[in-house]
Design a protein around this ligand. Structure first.
Ligand code: PEP
Ligand code: MG
Length: 592
């Protein structure tokens, strides 16, 4: 009997976001609001005690938050700014002073006064005509709730206190919740809400934890301590399974793990198609520390080093010396293989709180990436100096992100030339043959690719943004996530146009968006004849496995047929049958 399809027990079906099976106890995360049952007047002689009780609660909450921050899992360090902002709210006069004033003026208890302060703040936020800022009210609510819990003697159920290996069951997990997670204790996640690109999904993927989101009623159906089976490959969650289901899923889990390790073990085999075409499979990294993973998974070089995380990590702007050390180390670790370093791409959905980037209506269309750098040439030059200096220690290539046209490219190159001149005058060595490329991720750059190709050494196609900007689908908005479609024929045509323009000018072209690591996309990308596919290191072994089984001639035939399909659904179906037909086990195990 196929337990996936007809699990006799209570079973739920949601969106699978990270393949793998876990069997364990449910830990229900209760984020229900604290009910303020008591609103009472306070005698004048006890008002100072009431203020003291409130101030003590603030101190307790502050301590809690600081210890949370210090104990935060290393992998989640980048989310520390969320706790910093909560600490600031805790001390803000709108919350603190106004509550104390209300206690004293209206002679009421601290909980009641705090609720009143929250209402006032809410009114102010509602007046603000900026969705981003007005949404920040949730941070104020979060902090208020912690104080209320402390005042009421109910401690906030902290995820950091989980001391057993459990499966988290939550309505949703906010970024603030995720900063509390004790990664070693979390076997899996399931949530009521969320889509494939929601925070929970991204977190599960980054941490390689099986997860199912969008279950709608998980927090109602599951009780704390229930035994759960979470199948992150099919999106099935079985609640209190019977013995036969447990045996079935244990067996499936073992098979899945065996399969995953067998793929990983083959990661070092070369990516050569059966008809002898060598395909360069490279890695995208965000941190220097990932270089080891690139080697473990069998990546040959770094196709994309996203440098913004170093800026997000540090308070303010990193110094040239810190950047230089980081880039030099990556270059030295990879020598003689190339490392493609992309200049700063902040803005959009990647903010650096300290940078005081003005709040924009459409951040993805705003002051992001190269636009930000051209507007802040000193910040840009510091990074370029660091990259150039590091280029003397290995094989570095430079990529400018978000280039929309020739003007921008020429401006960026002019600043690069200026920095090179400075280094020469200071007699600081750098690689004067360093190649310079651009991310092709804005539709206007695709249209102008033939012109841009004359001014760069290579193109790197960023499909994540190319899809976002071409289909007008915000890549982080879960309401339109279902329309975010790599298989859209328009996207395939655009990639083909870029490859064509690069070919005519004799420059290399690689692809480094998520599409490069999607097993279904291999026939398209091989068929198009890209020079390299750059992806998340974890995807490398599987993509190599598919490449080894797919003759380039067949991929070209597939591409011709795909070009005759005019909807994303039809393309996806074709690819599903092609790759799924070659590897039925990938389909069964939820990899496709
Ligand atoms: C892309 O846009 O495809 C890309 C690789 O860059 P990022 O995801 O960092 O925007
Ligand atoms: Mg991009």
């Amino acid at each position: 009997m196929n337990k996936d399809a007809v699990a006799g027990e209570k079973s739920l079906k949601g969106i699978a976001v990270y393949p793998g099976i876990v069997i364990g106890k449910a830990h229900l995360v209760d984020r229900s609001k604290v009910k303020i049952l008591y609103q009472y007047l306070v005698n004048t002689e006890h008002l100072n005690d009431e203020v003291a009780r409130f101030e003590e609660a603030l101190r307790v909450v502050e301590k809690e938050m600081l210890s949370l921050k210090n104990g935060m899992a290393e992998k989640l360090n980048d989310l520390g700014f969320i706790l910093d902002s909560h600490l600031m709210i805790l001390k803000d006069s709108m919350l603190k002073d106004s509550t104390i004033r209300t206690i004293l003026d209206e002679k009421i208890n601290a909980e009641w006064a705090l609720k009143k302060s929250l209402e006032k703040i809410r009114e102010v936020f509602e007046q603000i005509d900026d969705e981003y800022i007005s949404n920040r009210i949730s941070d104020v609510e979060n902090v208020t709730e912690r104080i209320l819990r402390t005042l009421s003697g109910k401690s906030q159920q902290s995820l950091s206190e989980i001391d057993k290996r459990v499966i988290i069951v939550a309505h949703d997990l906010s970024p603030a919740d995720t900063t509390e997670l004790n990664i070693g204790r979390v076997m899996g996640f399931i949530t009521d809400v969320g889509g494939r690109t929601s925070h929970t999904a991204i977190l599960a993927q980054a941490l390689e934890i099986p997860a199912v989101v969008g279950l709608e009623s998980a927090t109602h159906v599951v009780a704390d301590g229930d035994l759960l089976i979470v199948d992150g490959s099919t999106g099935v969650v079985v609640v209190n399974p019977d013995d036969s289901a447990i045996i079935y899923y244990q067996e499936k889990k073992l098979q899945l793990e065996d399969y995953r390790s067998s793929i990983a073990r083959q990661g070092h085999l070369p990516a050569v198609t059966p008809d002898g075409q060598h395909v360069s499979i490279t890695a995208n990294i965000e941190f220097l520390e990932e270089v080891a993973a690139v080697r473990d998974y069998g990546g040959v070089s770094i196709g994309l080093y996203r440098t913004e995380f170093l800026y997000l990590r540090s308070k303010g702007f990193p110094e040239e010396e810190d950047l230089f050390e980081d880039y030099r180390e990556v270059a030295e670790l990879m020598v003689p293989e190339p490392v493609n370093i992309r200049t700063l791409d902040i803005g959009g959905d990647k903010f650096v709180s300290k940078l005081e980037i003005s709040k924009e209506m459409n951040p993805a269309l705003g002051l992001r990436a190269i636009r930000f750098c051209l507007k802040q040439p000193e910040i840009f030059k510091t990074q370029l100096r660091a990259i150039l200096r590091a280029s003397a220690f290995g094989h570095i290539r430079l990529i400018f992100p978000m280039i929309s046209g020739l003007q921008e490219l020429l401006e960026a190159k002019a600043i690069l030339t200026e920095v090179q001149g400075e280094l020469e005058r200071e007699q600081i060595p750098y690689d004067d043959k360093m190649e310079v490329g651009i991310m092709v991720e804005i539709p206007s750059a695709v249209v102008m690719a033939d012109v841009l190709a004359k001014h760069v050494d290579f193109f790197s196609i960023g499909t994540n943004d190319l899809i976002q900007y071409s289909l007008a689908i915000d890549r982080v908005n879960e309401y339109v996530a279902h329309m975010y479609q790599p298989f859209d024929p328009a996207i395939i045509r655009m990639i083909a146009q870029v490859v064509d323009a690069a070919g005519k000018e004799g420059i290399r072209v690689n692809i480094c968006g998520e599409m490069a690591g999607d097993p279904l996309c291999v026939p398209i990308l091989l068929g198009l004849g890209l020079d390299a596919l750059s992806m998340n290191p974890r995807s490398i072994p599987l993509i190599k496995k598919i490449v080894r089984a797919m003759p380039i001639s067949q991929a070209r035939d597939d591409l011709e047929k795909i070009k005759e399909l005019y909807t994303a659904e039809a393309v996806q179906q074709y690819l599903w049958e092609r790759t799924g037909g070659m590897f039925p086990e990938l389909r069964e195990k939820g990899y496709l």
